[in-house]
Design a protein around this ligand. Structure first.
Ligand SMILES: C[S@@+](CC[C@H](N)C(=O)[O-])C[C@H]1O[C@@H](n2cnc3c(N)ncnc32)[C@H](O)[C@@H]1O
Length: 302
């Protein structure tokens, strides 16, 4: 079987199994098997695969056909240019969360040009560690804390941090949200991509998400906003006066989350859309915070 034949047959198979972008997925898996860039396949369409390659590729395609995520099969994904290992203990980092990371490090870097003290950030629900690692690497003077309730997730987050030389710069904390933070700690930035899927919607998610992302990384309670309520109610005690809370949220949750924050004396500075133009992240500060510090907002509240 040639490379092109293998790609065509597997694309058809994955399409029948309901996999999105089956041709791309097929090419990525073959490139992974052959340890070469995907584009290289295009130069080798007529090359005949060895029997070992055929067997190996068949197995990868079988797994993908069972809707196992590509990232689990290849073992990692890219987040803000950092390779992040993933497994069933952590949510696969999503491209839309890169926006949150970028807002976070921009704010920390702005602060560090003003303050002589290192800026501090808390990543609430760190999972694979993607946000904490991006903050630590893009803002080298920041002190980053990363909390998760899952010790398995934290183990992988630590490995990911070590891979990027950030293990010494991130303090990983095991526990239930702010309860895990050091006593008396106050942060410049509290950043979180919390679980925000309404419980009843989990069953109808794509199998890649429903069956492979950890339930504890998805389930945001009846309306998906349990963690938003928690962050709004508890966050103020852990934030410095000029600090910011930056949160990712789900489809259709922007207005409810804004209300939740406002009821707890937060000012919503910005609501930003993701690459698909859906509102996806919220930046807030305390209503009584000083007004003459860096703005974390790029756009105004919608
Ligand atoms: C949606 S995932 C986000 C993971 C990662 N920050 C990302 O953006 O890809 C939410 C994470 O919050 C963690 N989590 C859930 N409840 C928590 C709690 N009460 N305290 C700390 N972490 C929690 C989950 O274990 C999961 O790793």
């Amino acid at each position: 079987m040639t490379v092109l034949e293998a790609i065509q047959r597997s694309t058809e198979f994955l399409a029948k199994k309901g996999v999105d972008s089956p041709r791309l997925q097929t090419e990525l898996l073959l490139a992974h098997l052959r340890k070469q860039p995907r584009m290289r396949l295009y130069l080798e369409f007529e090359r005949v695969l060895t029997p070992a390659e055929v067997d190996g590729f068949r197995e990868l395609i079988r797994r993908r056909g069972q809707r196992e995520p590509l990232q689990h099969i290849v073992g990692s994904t890219s987040f803000c240019g950092f390779e992040i290992a993933v497994n069933r203990d952590v949510l696969i980092p999503r491209p839309e969360t890169e926006l949150l990371a970028e807002r976070g490090w921009t704010f920390l870097n702005q602060l560090s040009t003003i303050n002589s003290q290192p800026s501090t950030a808390l990543d609430f629900g760190t999972g694979s560690g993607c946000l904490a690692i991006a903050l630590a690497c893009k803002c080298p003077t920041a002190e980053v804390y990363a909390v998760d309730i899952s010790s398995e997730a934290l183990a992988l987050a630590r490995e990911n941090a070590a891979r990027h030389g950030a293990a010494e710069r991130i303090r990983f904390l095991h526990g239930d949200g702010f309860a895990a933070a050091p006593a008396g700690a106050r942060f410049d930035l509290i950043i979180s991509n919390p679980p925000y899927i309404p419980t009843a919607e989990i069953a109808s998610l794509e199998p890649e998400v429903r069956d492979y992302d950890p339930r504890g990384a998805l389930d945001g309670g009846a309306d998906g906003l349990d963690y938003g309520r928690r962050l709004a109610a508890e966050g103020a005690r852990f934030l410095k006066p000029h600090g910011r809370v930056m949160l990712e949220f789900g489809d259709g949750q922007a207005e409810s989350l804004r209300e939740i924050l406002q009821q707890q004396m937060w000012i919503v500075e910005a609501i930003e859309a993701d690459y698909t133009r859906r509102p996806r992240l919220m930046v807030a500060r305390r209503a009584d915070s000083p007004a003459d510090e860096p703005s974390a907002a790029r756009s105004q509240p919608g």
